[in-house]
Design a protein around this ligand. Structure first.
Ligand code: UT7
Length: 318
């Protein structure tokens, strides 16, 4: 992993915005979620637009880097501009990368981590040498603004990393997994009216059982952190930074309580950007790097979790 970029739309939404049409308060939102602001796209602004901006930001942030020779584009999103063509194909065209393959990865909040696992596999197999991995969402377009238990959570944004073949490599061993029985607990409806007999709300907005997802996330992530560290020949003490999916600051604090991993060594994007699903991990990592918190050689655990329910992670050495 050699470079990283991010982008959010211009429209910044504070918590007072929700007070104007819902029975809620800034105080409740901050104390129950940690979120202070999030960003919403304009009506004519879409996931591919945010990806283009994130790629431009990557090039600005890492002046020596070029996209010449990119041979694969992976995009994690549940909010593509349209179901077909894929976002990766749109970006292959818009970024003018004629030699690149293009594939979207569909694993919601675990999607960015899953896409990094896939990219590492392709590079390790020797079939690809230079891969762009995007995590990008416009969740505001599929948010139910009448649901006070979810609408204040979600934000729009994009992150991107560049992975290049290298003899040493800085992306370590990976984990992937799922608890598919939790499908009805976090979904966006499509064609089917039920999952495993559970009737679905059919309006194509995000529907969640917040408490169940919260508990699953804390239990699963706390269980998997030492497993992932051990797979990389490390103990949790040897991890410098933990970058979980930013779903709720209280989830991050509860994971810290369960595992004893210090919350100060966690990089988050929830407070300023809300839950940006696929984009939350690269945005948090980007900010850790550009603010100088992350030092060269630091060991960073990425662990995505969410809709599926699914999870994936790896440890990188920056
Ligand atoms: O990326 C993955 C996607 N989703 C998640 O990760 C979600 C994980 N879950 C969560 O983040 C939390 O469960 C929520 C933020 C969704 C909810 O927080 P909570 O602490 O679990 O609240 P709760 O659902 O237990 O509700 C507590 C109370 C309820 O009132 P009663 O029944 O105690 O009278 C809710 O009606 O808070 C009420 N409430 C609100 N009050 C003010 C729920 N939403 C709001 C609100 N403003 N926006």
């Amino acid at each position: 992993m050699t470079a990283i970029g991010m982008a959010v739309p211009q429209k910044r939404i504070d918590n007072v915005f929700f007070e104007s049409f819902l029975e809620t308060t800034d105080e409740w939102i901050v104390s129950r979620t940690g979120i202070k602001t999030r960003y919403h796209t304009a009506e004519d602004e879409f996931t591919s637009d945010l990806c283009i901006k994130a790629a431009a930001n990557l090039l600005e942030t890492f002046p020596g880097v070029t996209l010449d020779g990119v041979d694969m584009i992976l995009v994690s999103t549940v909010t593509p501009d349209q179901p077909m063509p894929s976002m990766a194909c749109r970006l292959q065209y818009k970024l003018d990368l004629p030699q690149a393959g293009a594939l979207d990865v569909y694993a919601a909040c675990a999607g960015f981590s899953y896409a990094v696992v896939v990219a590492k596999g392709l590079i390790s197999a020797g079939t690809h040498r230079k891969i762009l991995v995007f995590g990008a969402e416009t969740l505001s377009k599929i948010t139910d603004f009448t649901d006070r238990t979810s609408c204040m959570l979600f934000g729009d944004g994009a992150g991107v990393v560049l992975l290049e073949a290298d003899e040493l490599g800085n992306v370590g061993a990976c984990i992937t997994g799922a608890s598919g029985e939790g499908g009805p607990d976090l979904y966006i409806s499509g064609f089917a009216k039920t999952i495993d007999g559970h009737p679905l709300k059919m309006d194509r907005t995000i529907v969640q059982n917040g408490r169940k997802v919260f508990k699953w996330a804390v239990t699963k992530v706390a269980e998997q952190m030492p497993v992932l560290a051990a797979k990389n020949g490390l103990t949790l003490d040897e991890i410098d930074w933990f970058v979980p999916h930013s779903a709720n600051l209280r989830i991050i604090e509860a994971i810290s309580n369960e595992t004893g991993f210090p919350v100060e060594k966690t990089l988050e994007s929830i407070v300023d950007f809300g839950n940006t699903s696929s984009a939350s991990i690269p945005i948090a990592l980007y900010r850790g790097i550009v603010t100088g918190k992350v030092k060269k050689g630091d060991k960073i655990m990425l662990l995505g979790f969410g809709g599926g329910l699914a999870y994936a992670g790896t440890v990188i050495t920056w």
